[in-house]
Design a protein around this ligand. Structure first.
Ligand code: NAD
Length: 503
C-alpha cells in the first residue's frame, strides 16, 4: 500500500521526504492503518511569513479583472480533469472512502471550477432607486482579502475547492490548513493548483498556500487579523471556538459544522427508493459525511415492511478495502472513531435501543485498520444518544404514528440543522416539509437522501451546523465586501430624509 501510494503521489507531482523530522505529521491510510510517510508541518514563524506573502498576493491578485481570474480557475478545472483518476484514488487511500466516492469528490472540484468560471463574469451588484432627484445608487462587490480555509478529514479536497474556486474569482488569496489526518491529498491538490498557475503565468507568488499542522496551527491562523474571512469545516466544538475567535476581532466566519440528519418515511413513500437512498446516505463514506443519514423516522404503517428489509440489505453490504471493486463500505478513519462508535452503541443499548451490527470486522486487514459492520439501532424515542452526532455508520430508527407535523417536530428536535429529507408521494406532506413550518435545516429534500448535494445550490445548515453557506447560488457574496455608492449628477445637494441643513 505504501509503495503504491508513493507512486501515485509522484504521478500527482508530490515527492515525499526520506527522513522524518520530529515535528512532522505522519500520513496514514485507514485501509491498512499503516504509515505512508512524514509531512512537514509549518512552524509559527513559517505560518506567519506565509500569511504575509498571502497579503502581498492578494494586493496583486485583486487588480486582475475577475474574468481573467476566472481563467486561472478554468485551468485549475482542466488540471483536475487530467488528474481525476489519480487524485480520486489518493482520496480513497487517505480518507478511506470508496473509489466511486473519491472520484465523485474530485468531480465536485471540477464542477465548482466550472461554476466559478461563469461567476467570474458576473459578481454583480444591484442598482437601487434613489429618493433624491438626479442621484443614482448602486452596490459594488470588491475582493475581501486573504481567505483562511480550514478543512475536515472526510472531504479532504472538495471543501478546499468550494472555497478556493469562489475565493479566487472573487479576487482573494487563499491559505489552507487541511486536516492533520489528510495531509497528502492537500499536497497533491496544491501541486495540481501550481500546474494550473504555471500555465496561467500571472498568478502572484503565494496566491494559494498550504500550511500543514494541527489544532494549534489552526488557532494561530484563526486569530490572525490579516484574515478577514475564515471558512472552517469540521466539528461543532471546533466551529464554536473559531466562531468566537472571529467574532472577537470582527472577522467573518463561514462555519460548516456537524449534522444529525433525519429522513421521514411517510405512509405513501416509495420504499424501493427509500432502500437505496437510505442505505447510501447512512453508510456512504462509512457514515462519516456531515450529511450522513443518522435518524430514520418511519411511519408505523410501513415500519414492519421497511426495517426488516433494511436489515437484510445491511447484512449483505460489501465491506472492505475502499479501492477494491465492488466495496460499498470502507474503513473508519481511525481508532478514535471506532471507539466513539462503540461508546454510542453502548449508550444506545442503555437507553433502550436494539442494536443490529456495529461490530469490528476484517481485523486481518491491519491491527490499526478499523472496519465495522454498519449498525441499525431501533430506538424507543429520540434519547440523548440519538440527539448527538456520532461520526460513524449508526442509523437510529424511530417509529412515529401521527401526521407529518409530528415527524417534522422530531426532525427539528436536535441541535444540528444541516440536511433532512422526506419520502412521500403526498403533495401536502412534501410541501409542508419544505414550508416555513417544515424542516429547519439548510437542506430539505423530497424523495432524495440527505447526502450527495450538487454544487449548484448553497450548501450549509442552521443551528449547531454553524449557519454558513458555501458552493453554489449566491454563496460567493461571503467572499467579497459590498460597497453602496450614491452618485449626485445634479448641481444641488438634497439631503436624504429631507433634512434641512443650510449654511
Ligand atoms: P475536527 O473539528 O476535528 O477538525 C476539523 C479541522 O479543524 C481540522 O483541520 C483541525 O485541525 C481544525 N481544528 C480543530 N480545532 C481547531 C481550533 N480550535 N481552531 C482552529 N482549527 C481547529 O473535525 P473532523 O473530525 O476532521 O471532521 C468531522 C466533523 O466535520 C464532523 O462533525 C462533520 O459533520 C463535520 N463536517 C462538516 C461539513 C459541512 O460542510 N457542514 C463537512 C465535512 C465535515
Amino acid at each position: 500500500m505504501k509503495h503504491d501510494t508513493l507512486k501515485l503521489l509522484a504521478e500527482l507531482g508530490v515527492t515525499m521526504p526520506d527522513t522524518a523530522d520530529s515535528h512532522d505529521l505522519i500520513a496514514r491510510t485507514p485501509i491498512t492503518g499503516e504509515a505512508i510517510g512524514p509531512v512537514a508541518t509549518a512552524t509559527h514563524q513559517q505560518a506567519d511569513a506565509a500569511v504575509a506573502r498571502s497579503v502581498e498576493a492578494f494586493r496583486a491578485w485583486r487588480k486582475l479583472p475577475a474574468p481573467q481570474r476566472g481563467e486561472l480557475v478554468r485551468l485549475l478545472g482542466e488540471e483536475l480533469r487530467a488528474s481525476k483518476a489519480a487524485l480520486g484514488q489518493l482520496v480513497s487511500i487517505e480518507a478511506g472512502k470508496i473509489l466511486q466516492e473519491g472520484l465523485g469528490e474530485v468531480q465536485e472540484m471540477i464542477d465548482i471550477c466550472d461554476f466559478a468560471v461563469g461567476l467570474s463574469r458576473q459578481l454583480y451588484g444591484l442598482t437601487i432607486q434613489s429618493e433624491r432627484a438626479e442621484h443614482r445608487m448602486m452596490e459594488t462587490w470588491h475582493p475581501l482579502g486573504p481567505t483562511l480555509i480550514i478543512s475536515a478529514f472526510n472531504f479532504p479536497v472538495a471543501v478546499w475547492s468550494w472555497n478556493a474556486a469562489l475565493a479566487l474569482v472573487c479576487g482573494n488569496s487563499i491559505v489552507w490548513k487541511p486536516s492533520e489526518k489528510t495531509p497528502l491529498t492537500a499536497l497533491a491538490t496544491q501541486a495540481i493548483f501550481e500546474r494550473a498557475a504555471k500555465r496561467f503565468g500571472r498568478a502572484p507568488e503565494g496566491l494559494s498556500v498550504v500550511l500543514q499542522g494541527g489544532r494549534e496551527l489552526g488557532e494561530q491562523l484563526v486569530n490572525d487579523a490579516r484574515f478577514p474571512l475564515v471558512s472552517a469545516t469540521g466539528s461543532t466544538r471546533m466551529g464554536r471556538a473559531v466562531g468566537e475567535a472571529c467574532a472577537k476581532r470582527f472577522a467573518r466566519s463561514l462555519l460548516e459544522l456537524g449534522g444529525n440528519n433525519a429522513a421521514i418515511i411517510a405512509p405513501s413513500a416509495d420504499l424501493k427508493i427509500v432502500e437505496r437512498a437510505a442505505t447510501f446516505s447512512a453508510v456512504g463514506t462509512a457514515g462519516q459525511r456531515c450529511t450522513t443519514l443518522r435518524r430514520l423516522l418511519v411511519h408505523a404503517s410501513v415500519y414492519d415492511q421497511l426495517v426488516p428489509r433494511l436489515k437484510q440489505i445491511y447484512g449483505k453490504l460489501p465491506i472492505g478495502s475502499p479501492v477494491a471493486d465492488g466495496t460499498l463500505v470502507g474503513p473508519l478513519i481511525d481508532k478514535q472513531a471506532y471507539e466513539a462508535m462503540q461508546r454510542a452503541l453502548d449508550d444506545a443499548r442503555a437507553q433502550g435501543g436494539t442494536v443490529t451490527g456495529g461490530e469490528r470486522v476484517l481485523t486481518e486487514l491491519g491491527a490499526n485498520a478499523y472496519y465495522v459492520q454498519p449498525a441499525i439501532v431501533e430506538m424507543p424515542a429520540q434519547t440523548p444518544v440519538v440527539c448527538h452526532e456520532t461520526f460513524a455508520p449508526i442509523l437510529y430508527v424511530m417509529k412515529y404514528s401521527g401526521d407529518v407535523t409530528e415527524a417534522i417536530a422530531l426532525n427539528n428536535a436536535v441541535n444540528h440543522g444541516l440536511s433532512s429529507a422526506i419520502f412521500t408521494n403526498d403533495m401536502r406532506e412534501a410541501e409542508r416539509f419544505v414550508s416555513d413550518e417544515g424542516s429547519d435545516c439548510g437542506i430539505a429534500n423530497v424523495n432524495i437522501g440527505t447526502s450527495g448535494a450538487e454544487i449548484g445550490g448553497a450548501f450549509g445548515g442552521e443551528k449547531d451546523t454553524g449557519g454558513g453557506r458555501e458552493s453554489g447560488s449566491d454563496a460567493w457574496k461571503t467572499y467579497m465586501r459590498r460597497a453602496t455608492n450614491t452618485f449626485n449628477y445634479g448641481s444641488s445637494l438634497p439631503l436624504a430624509q429631507g433634512i434641512r441643513f443650510e449654511i
